[in-house]
Design a protein around this ligand. Structure first.
Ligand code: ADP
Ligand code: CIR
Length: 343
């Protein structure tokens, strides 16, 4: 393998940090699951428009390729290499209200966390039998959920195109064919081993074997963030009785993309900002001040429609889950206050 031919279009944190010296240092490193530098950087190489450009194939990738991952993690999360990550999933520690009780601005609220099983490689390096085993273990654990969290698992391979499209359009299911995942090896054997579990109301959902082995999701219409967080924490406590998740004291919950390390939590609202949405400079300024990220309403790499934006916490590592939610809450209050002023 030669030093990659980066073009002017390669603007990712990977392209920025992978110097020829670092490349030489890491080019022959291999983890116990066979993950190489080539595997780690391929998504960013094949997709010059990547923001980050790296994926980990296992927990060891974060250690063996630390000279590349660490500066990326530091920059994205504003997290120091010698800091320990702390978890707080106690809803009683939240100090928030519904930021939009009249339901004028917030269409819906969603909080998800990524989780991976401790005994398997991550999605980019997992084998098909291992992936099937993850699916089996997750489905077994989910079958034990009770009350409002009880539901059913739907394998992607057994789903009609009609049902799939409806679930995607309604924001419940992941899409196929992500080119960043493709180059990272995350789409191998698609759709085998992938699927979605959900309760009757579709307020509690679990994606199996997408970017992470589990994406555990709580969502509902309106802006009651506390209800959404509380449901998620209850579900997590139940699942942890049956599943053992990858976690290190330094990096928290381990995820395939370094942006998801730590809490692995993305707390988001779909919010109507028709006036502020026309002043992107001001919108960007407020979201940056509150450590928030703007996405379109059909997920990552989609655009906003009709003045509705997906606004979520950007930082996930080195702050607790409660703090992620506080970031969202304070930012959303500021956005609504500005939107009111402009209208
Ligand atoms: P993830 O959140 O898992 O990183 P995406 O950004 O691709 O992945 O979003 C996944 C799906 O969740 C998309 O269909 C997106 O529109 C939907 N979604 C995200 N936030 C909300 C929200 N607050 N309300 C409704 N749907 C949402
Ligand atoms: C990238 O490098 O741009 C993709 N692999 C996605 C990275 C995480 N997404 C994000 O921060 N918006």
């Amino acid at each position: 393998m030669k030093y990659p031919e980066f073009t002017k279009q390669h603007q990712s944190l990977m392209a920025k940090h992978l110097s020829p010296e670092l490349f030489t240092q890491l080019q022959n490193v291999v983890t116990t699951n066979g993950v190489t530098l080539d595997n780690v950087i391929n998504s960013g190489l094949q997709n010059p428009d990547s923001d980050i450009g790296v994926y980990a194939g296992d927990t060891q990738s974060y250690q063996h390729f630390a000279p590349l991952f660490n500066p990326i993690i530091r920059q994205y999360h504003k997290f120091d290499d010698d800091t320990l990550h702390t978890t707080n999933l106690n809803p009683e520690d939240l100090n928030i209200d519904d930021p939009d009780p009249a339901e004028q601005y917030i269409v819906s609220t969603r909080i998800r966390v990524g989780r991976n099983l401790a005994q398997f490689p991550l999605g980019p390096a997992i084998t098909q039998p291992e992936r099937d085993e993850v699916e089996a273990q997750a489905v077994k654990a989910l079958s034990k959920m009770s009350g409002a969290l009880s539901g059913q698992y739907f394998a992607l391979s057994g789903m009609s195109d009609e049902v799939k499209s409806q679930l995607i359009n309604d924001h419940f299911l992941f899409k196929a064919g992500d080119r960043f995942f493709e180059a990272a090896g995350l789409n191998r054997d698609w759709p085998a081993g992938r699927g979605i579990y959900h309760n009757n109301d579709k307020t509690f959902l679990v994606w199996i074997n997408e970017e992470d082995q589990l994406r555990i999701i709580s969502m509902q219409a309106g802006g009651n963030i506390t209800q959404v967080f509380t449901r998620l924490t209850k579900a997590l406590a139940e699942l942890e009785k049956h599943l053992s998740f990858s976690f290190t004291q330094h990096l928290g919950y381990i995820s395939s993309c370094p942006t998801n390390l730590g809490t692995a939590m993305r707390a988001s609202v779909h919010i109507k900002l028709p006036y502020l949405g026309q002043n992107r400079e001001l919108l960007n300024k407020i979201t940056e001040e509150h450590h928030l990220q703007i996405r379109g309403i059909h997920g990552e790499h989609s655009s906003s429609e009709g003045g509705v934006f997906d606004i979520s916490n950007r930082r996930r590592l080195g702050i607790t889950e409660v703090e992620c939610v506080q970031d969202l809450y304070h930012g959303v209050l500021a956005l609504i206050a500005q939107e009111k002023q402009l209208s």
